[in-house]
Design a protein around this ligand. Structure first.
Ligand code: HEM
Length: 259
């Protein structure tokens, strides 16, 4: 792909997202309606168009199509590490706060798992520290930290977006990474939830907790809006990682076949 094509594709992406942001599909229901349909269902509904975009964005699209590289994936992880640190710091701070306390789940915290993955992928702690935090990763982590201010309920939108994603499509991504980049288990801790028997039952329980949270705040609509923001921050990060890592691995010349 030429630079012009890449720019035009990104413009299309931005235009499509603007369309969806203003369209009825992503209109945020009012608090009574959210409680009636369930906050978890409402989250799934309002973020569905953004989920489709996220699957096709930058480095995630490359990974799914087997066109990424270890360097790009490592860069993604390093940036997500900052995000999970902010989410988990916020959750700990709010472990006794109404609504948020319902989704404080240390057993699924991911920051330590990601730190281990980055170090294994880099080969040493020093090399891991040299992987840069991109402006988009910094902005995402800052938005999470900001959402933890006050009653912290917007953190629920961030936790939903990342943890349910890791527990769902993340499991497929893990298999793709093993197959296409040869990542062994020590590099895929992000997707391993040791100590949880049955991810489906766990996800159901997590969704039920999210539903209950809507009854402990008068602003469940703010959680929906924050989840939409979280998806957009992910999408921006996925494109930025692809760009910083030099685009899809397929765009770099293949090594010459051995004679
Ligand atoms: C790599 C591409 C991806 C694939 C193939 C994928 C696939 C899926 C699938 C099949 C589900 C449904 C699971 C179920 O109903 O139990 C799901 C759910 C979910 N995914 Fe993804 N996903 C991808 C990327 C992402 C990304 C990048 C994010 C967020 C940044 C994300 C966030 C979520 C969330 C929050 C849910 C839970 C939806 C709900 O039940 O409310 N996914 N994903």
């Amino acid at each position: 792909m030429t630079d012009d094509e890449a720019t035009s594709r990104r413009d299309d992406e931005a235009a499509a997202e603007t369309e969806q942001d203003t369209g009825p599909a992503t209109a945020v229901p009012d608090p009574a309606e959210i409680r009636r349909i369930g906050l978890a269902n409402a989250l799934r509904e309002v973020t569905a168009p953004l989920h489709r975009r996220a699957e096709k964005a930058g480095v995630i699209s490359d990974i799914v199509r087997g066109r990424s590289s270890r360097a790009a994936y490592t860069l993604l992880l390093r940036n997500l590490h900052a995000v999970y640190e902010a989410i988990e710091r916020g959750l700990e701070r709010h472990r006794d706060t109404p609504a948020v306390r319902l989704i404080v789940r240390p057993e699924i915290y991911r920051a330590d798992a990601i730190a281990r993955d980055v170090e294994t992928l880099c080969g040493s702690a020093a090399a891991a520290r040299a992987v840069p935090l991109l402006p988009e990763g910094r902005a995402y982590a800052a938005a999470v930290a900001e959402s933890a201010e006050g009653d912290g309920i917007r953190l629920i939108g961030h936790a939903y977006t990342r943890y349910l994603g890791d527990l769902s499509g993340g499991q497929t991504v893990s298999q793709v990474l093993a197959k296409t980049l040869g990542l062994d288990v020590g590099m895929r801790n992000l997707y391993r939830f040791a100590g949880i028997d049955g991810l489906e039952a766990y996800k159901d329980d997590y969704r039920a907790a999210i539903d209950r949270a809507a009854f402990e705040t008068d602003r469940p609509d703010a959680i929906l809006a924050e989840a939409m923001l979280a998806f957009r921050l992910n999408i921006a990060l996925f494109w930025a990682v692809q760009e910083a890592a030099g685009g899809a691995a397929a765009r770099t010349p293949e090594p010459a076949p051995a004679e």
